[in-house]
Design a protein. Structure first.
Length: 425
């Protein structure tokens, strides 16, 4: 048999990487310019509509809190898929994390709950790895089965574990002590005061930064640190190179001595642990108790954030922040703020239509312009939006963003493909 091509994967040279994603990648200066432009446009919308809540400190602080579990689920998906295993079971692993975290948290303290929540997610990861890696079950089927199994297990165990304890019921755990949070004195108050001035752009930046230093949980700090930590491990170490090679070309990786099964197992178990941590965050930090159904599709949104980020930690963080922000609209001035964001959406669509004209894509440009005009008409002829629209906003944004970014995406080449040990021999 012909020797597999291995020039793109050299496990002894950590500086080499599997094939890079096709298409152009934004440089950091360009990316920062795009973010600044989006923030400036948001500031214009805030001034026109008077919806100061869209960029105030409280809104941004809430958005950060809601972005964390989405980001942790997305990181879990990234670890698994970089090793070639599609993890639709993130939702179920988060559910396990919420239950196990709350169960241990109300008895032995919140930090114990965090650790046990991670272990709960790892259980789901082990089951998914056994099914997909050892028995080569279809990854989607296995993931859906994990989600259903997790829901059934927690629904069965909740009455046994929580009923009879103060504040507990068949669907809710007793309250859990706080992990604690921090606020940077002086800086937080200064940024809040600057945000209250309502100045163009400057006050909006102050609101964004203020949300990062006001009432921030210690677990949030850990979650944020996991993003650069993941990047460093997967892109700057020999271990990370071997793991990613399993997701790009497992046959070539095996021919170079990589134990593909081992790395896939490690990746999927870590994936489950990160999703479990996201679930524990929901039941210990976001709400100080377990509540049936509190994951509410965040595992799927985390998967969408990972895809939006093109299977990279930095892009994933931006996606999680975007989805966390739209989710936060449910809690703070939802109808007014979402109505203001209709104007922002219309402006972005018009700008997109102009950009398509520049690129000589006239048919897509016309469609985009028509949609933008319809969104603006919706904004101009109404004063608020129904609560149902507010609740659906995170999911609508998820679909729109994935649709618009689909053409530049490049998943790992062997992602989701069955692999049998010894295929390259």
């Amino acid at each position: 048999m012909t020797t597999p091509q291995t020039s793109a994967v050299d496990v002894n040279q950590p500086t080499l990487q599997p094939a890079a994603p096709t298409g152009r990648r934004l440089s950091w200066p360009v990316l920062l310019l795009v973010i600044a432009g989006a923030l400036a446009l948001t500031s214009i919308v805030r001034i026109i509509t008077g919806a100061d809540g869209i960029t105030n400190v409280s809104q941004m602080s809430t958005a950060l809190q809601l972005a964390v579990p989405i980001g942790l689920a997305g990181l879990g998906g990234l670890w698994a898929e970089r090793a070639g295993v599609v993890n639709i079971g993130l939702e179920g692993m988060m559910i396990l994390g919420t239950w196990f975290g709350a169960w241990a948290g109300f008895q032995w303290g919140p930090w114990t709950g965090v650790v046990v929540g991670i272990l709960g997610g790892c259980i789901g990861g082990i089951l998914h790895a056994i099914a997909t890696v050892t028995f080569r079950v279809n990854h989607i089927v296995s993931g859906v089965a994990i989600n259903i199994l997790a829901l059934g297990i927690t629904r069965y165990l909740a009455p046994l574990a929580f009923v009879g304890h103060a504040g507990g019921s068949a669907k809710q755990s007793p309250a859990i002590d706080s992990l604690g949070n921090f606020t940077i004195p002086g800086l937080s108050d200064g940024l809040r005061d600057l945000n209250d001035q309502g100045w163009f752009f400057i006050s909006d930046i102050a609101g964004l930064l203020g949300g990062l230093v006001t009432n921030v949980s210690w677990l949030t700090l850990i979650a944020v640190a996991l993003i650069p930590g993941t990047w460093w491990i997967l892109w700057r170490t020999a271990f990370g190179l071997r793991l990613r090679s399993c997701g790009e070309n497992p046959v070539a990786a095996e021919s170079l001595g990589v134990n593909v099964y081992k790395y896939k197992y490690i990746a999927v178990i870590i994936s489950g642990g990160l999703a479990g941590l996201g679930g524990a965050f929901l039941s210990i930090v976001a709400n100080p108790f377990y509540l049936e159904g509190q994951v509410s599709g965040r595992g799927y949104i985390g998967l969408a954030a990972m895809i939006f980020g093109n299977w990279m930690p930095g892009g994933l963080a931006l996606g999680a922040g975007l989805f966390g922000y739209t989710d936060s609209l449910n809690l703070r001035g939802g109808s007014t703020n979402v109505h203001a964001l209709l104007l922002l959406g219309a402006l972005l669509l018009i700008i997109g239509a102009i950009w398509l004209v520049v690129r000589k894509k006239y048919a897509p440009s016309m469609i985009t312009a028509v949609i933008g005009a319809l969104v603006y008409t919706w904004y101009a002829t109404t004063n608020e939006v129904p609560n149902q629209v507010v609740s659906a906003t995170p999911y609508v944004v998820t679909l729109v963003v994935l649709t618009l970014s689909a053409q530049r995406l490049r998943m790992p080449k062997a992602d989701g493909l069955p692999y049998r040990k010894g295929e390259g021999k």
